[in-house]
Ligand binder design. Structure first.
Ligand code: AHM
Ligand code: MG
Length: 344
């Protein structure tokens, strides 16, 4: 595929369609509906400073016990409608809804796909004009066609994802996705209203110099994480240390920077958050799929590949280590060596 002329998201999806194992044109339709929802949400996010009616918190608290932002609810609504309109999605699991949403119109009941989505990740950053994102994951249903989907359709390990991606609403807006054939990035051109291919085959550096972790939680970190941070901060001419600490507090933005530059993102479990903070289905699995497709790694820090974890709950949390291969392997090494109580 040549990159000498501008290629839009839809053109690329169609070109790649034949290489996709379930080529029926469905995935193209699905991704183009996600792209459309992303444009609508992008438009709203870009006006967040002007439209005071859309910034700030609702009076609602989501299943995670976190205050829901107005834009969380807005993005959830837009993506839900766009996914249902595709006619090929039979249900979604969203960070913003306690239960799965079942699409039970005739068309959707026959749909092939279920979606796990965090409609607006990092939403505490909205009011201060810092990057936020949308993260999504696509699975083939396992329940029979024509019936309502059940939780089981969503509780599949990440290796079963047929596509995954994120949209980053940043200094420019990008959509990055994979269908298991590499990781590809598109940058939104507002003048023509299209996502245009800008990063053909994204390969993350094997090693990097950036570590991203909320060090405010340091005293509660497992010993292995503390030791790894120390390792990152030590001087070492051979490995070009000390590394640089960068943490935005938006997973998509932190991951995206590290994907391009090389780095590691860690959200470990702690004494106060024994399962970590991030959610397996709609945050860690899609990011893990993208990381691996770009040559990186994603584990729980305890030797387990994120994509092989069998979920038991829609909103399950997991500790998360992802990024450049050598850095994740090194962090895992420290986690193995430090077997204090907090590390278990
Ligand atoms: P959210 O889905 O409620 O926005 O929470 C997820 C976010 C991630 O984007 C980010 O990496 C992390 O939470 C930041 O958490 P903390 O503020 O504890 O560092
Ligand atoms: Mg989130």
């Amino acid at each position: 595929m040549s990159t000498s002329r501008i290629l839009t998201l839809n053109e690329v999806i169609i070109q790649k369609q034949s290489a996709f194992p379930y080529a029926k044109g469905e995935l193209s339709r699905l991704l183009s509906h996600i792209g459309l929802a992303a444009k609508i949400v992008n438009n709203k996010v870009n006006k967040a400073g002007l439209e005071t009616s859309i910034i700030g918190a609702n009076d609602l608290v989501n299943i995670q016990g976190e205050a829901q932002q107005k834009l969380d609810a807005y993005a959830d609504d837009i993506f839900t409608k766009a996914l249902q309109a595709s006619g090929i999605v039979c249900g979604i699991a969203s960070e913003e809804n306690d239960e799965i949403i079942i699409f039970d119109d005739d068309l959707s009941l026959d749909g092939d796909y279920v979606i796990c989505i965090d409609p607006l990740d990092g939403s505490s950053n909205i009011d201060v004009n810092v990057s936020v994102g949308t993260i999504f994951s696509v699975y083939r249903r396992i329940s029979p066609h024509g019936q309502k989907v059940t939780n089981e359709d969503f509780l599949q390990p990440g290796i079963k994802q047929v596509a995954a991606g994120y949209i980053i609403y940043g200094s420019s807006t990008m959509l990055v996705y994979t269908t298991g054939l590499g990781t590809t990035g598109f940058t939104y051109d507002p003048s023509i209203g299209e996502f245009c291919m800008s990063h053909y085959y994204m390969v993350t550096p094997k090693s990097g110099k950036i570590y991203s972790i909320n060090e405010g939680n340091y005293v509660n970190f497992p010993q292995g994480v503390k030791q790894y941070i120390k390792h990152c901060q030590e001087n070492d001419a051979d490995t070009n240390r000390p590394y640089t600490s960068r943490y935005i507090g938006s997973l998509v933005a932190d991951f995206h920077r590290n994907l391009l530059k090389g780095g590691i993102y860690i959200y470990p479990k702690t004494a106060s958050a024994p399962n970590g903070k991030l959610r397996l289905l709609y945050e860690c699995n899609p990011i893990a799929f993208l990381a691996e497709q770009a040559g990186g790694l994603a584990t729980d820090g305890y030797g387990n590949r994120i994509l092989e974890i069998k979920p038991t709950d829609i909103h399950q949390r997991v500790s998360f280590f992802t990024g450049s291969r050598n850095m994740v392997e090194k962090a895992e090494e420290f986690m193995r060596e430090c077997t204090d109580e907090k590390s278990k």
